[in-house]
Design a protein around this ligand. Structure first.
Ligand code: HMG
Ligand code: MG
Length: 310
């Protein structure tokens, strides 16, 4: 029987930290990175080359990237580990090229108001900005992931057109994104909505190129992930401890916690490659760094010992 497995793309160092009050030093971010690697994370978004005026928490991403890539070169980390950074425009892409990283992520929104608030341009203008980014990516052989935000609801407009979500995901695929991460930026989705939208998405983008990105503001993220898994999605974004959120999405909580997602999948016999006990051990350390209790459930309590190690 084929091994059942999923990939968790670790968001803690980017989506997580970008919305925390504390601004962590490069050193602290690298300590988190090392712990994530020890835990088994193999796809990690390590920062964002966005404007530090807009997101001060992501300043210093160049130093974090430089150190992460040195670690990679030294072969001290497992082969196949992939780092990525978020880039909003050509300037960010040039910084990514300068750093030597081999994967970036671009981001568009499915609602106009969110696009304006988050990146100060319309959706159409954002796709104009992607043109030089994609051309540079091709020239420098850099993989590009694409995020589509507010796919299940917008903090400013409320309902978002499903047709628009499908059309924009298709467009991100057509311009060359190797994977499209479908975002519930503010954590409003429910499983039936997930079923409806992913069924439509699968008709325009191969399911193996789709990822799901749920924030857990209202406690529905795990149910939504299970729904997406049942529809064939195998890549999920999550953040250790459930850190963070989006600074331009008022009220949005952090990504679903990596520990909680791994626990659910391991219980179902689906491998993630992550060590939950190490994440539980990391929790007090991370709590101290972030200076507040983290929303993760499994990260705080771990396993029920009599059930054994999963
Ligand atoms: P702007 O102010 O319109 O930019 O911001 P501009 O082109 O007018 O330039 C203004 C200044 O910013 C200039 O500097 C530029 O050089 C500089 P000055 O001449 O004044 O000294 N600048 C930059 N600096 C560093 N890096 C850059 C860059 N670009 C211009 N890349 C901009 C437009 C896109 C830059 C800004 O709106 C921005 O950085 N936004 C990012 C917001 C953000 O990071 N949001 C969170 C990430 S998205 C998210 O969390 C959702 C996701 O998780 C999925 C989901 O949950 O749905 C991905
Ligand atoms: Mg997000």
């Amino acid at each position: 029987m084929a091994v059942k497995k999923v990939t968790i793309v670790e968001m803690g160092l980017r989506d997580g930290l970008q919305n925390e009050k504390v601004v962590l030093s490069t050193q602290a971010r690298l300590e988190i990175l090392q712990k994530l690697l020890d835990i088994g994370a193999r796809r990690i978004e390590i920062g964002a080359f966005v404007s530090p005026q807009w997101v001060p928490q992501m300043a210093g991403s160049a130093e974090v990237t430089k150190a992460a890539l040195e670690l990679q070169k030294s072969k001290k980390i497992p082969k196949g580990t992939e780092f990525s950074v978020l880039v909003p425009n050509e300037k960010g892409m040039l910084m990514a090229i300068e750093s030597g990283i081999k994967e970036v992520a671009i981001f568009a929104a499915a609602s106009e108001s969110f696009s304006k608030k988050n990146i100060n341009c319309t959706i159409e203008e954002s796709f104009e900005r992607f043109k030089p980014v994609m051309a540079l990516a091709k020239k420098h052989k850099i993989k590009v992931r694409g995020y589509l935000s507010t796919c299940f609801g917008c903090p400013f407009e409320g309902k978002v057109s499903e047709a628009k979500v499908i059309q924009l995901a298709k467009r991100l695929h057509q311009i060359g994104c190797y994977e499209i991460s479908i975002g519930d930026t503010i954590g409003v989705a429910d499983p039936m909505q997930v079923e409806r939208i992913f069924k439509k998405l699968k008709k325009v983008v191969p399911v193996k190129k789709l990822a799901a990105h749920f924030h857990d503001t209202r406690g529905t993220a795990l149910a939504n992930i299970l729904e997406a898994y049942q529809l064939g999605v195998r890549v999920f974004d999550a953040s250790v401890g459930g850190l963070g959120g989006c600074p331009y999405a008022p009220g949005a909580a952090g990504n679903v916690s990596t520990e909680d997602v791994a626990y659910m999948f391991h219980g179902m016999g689906v491998k993630t490659g992550l060590d939950i006990e190490k994440m539980v051990a990391m929790n007090p350390w991370l709590t101290e760094k972030i200076q507040h209790t983290l929303p993760t459930k499994v990260g705080k309590v771990g396993f029920l010992k009599p059930l054994g190690k999963i």
